[in-house]
Design a protein around this ligand. Structure first.
Ligand code: SF4
Length: 65
């Protein structure tokens, strides 16, 4: 899995961080997303898919490897 985030779309809602804090973090200043791992391990994939689904800005795009 390859994870791509479009920071320009991100509204800083933080759903992704709450869903998978192994893969996502937020900037301290404005709460926008920080991608910690763009090729996360298999045991995070379900949570990452959920984060992409829940993101209100559709800022998280997943590509299968
Ligand atoms: S859930 Fe989407 S909009 Fe919210 S912080 Fe994460 S990437 Fe940004």
């Amino acid at each position: 899995m390859k994870v791509i985030v479009d920071e320009s779309r991100c509204v800083g809602a933080g759903m992704c961080v709450r869903t998978s804090e192994q893969v996502f973090d937020q900037h301290d200043e404005d709460g926008t997303v920080v991608l910690l791992d763009d090729t996360p391990p298999a045991d995070t994939h379900d949570a990452v898919r959920k984060a992409a689904m829940l993101c209100p800005a559709a800022a998280i795009v997943l590509e299968s490897a």
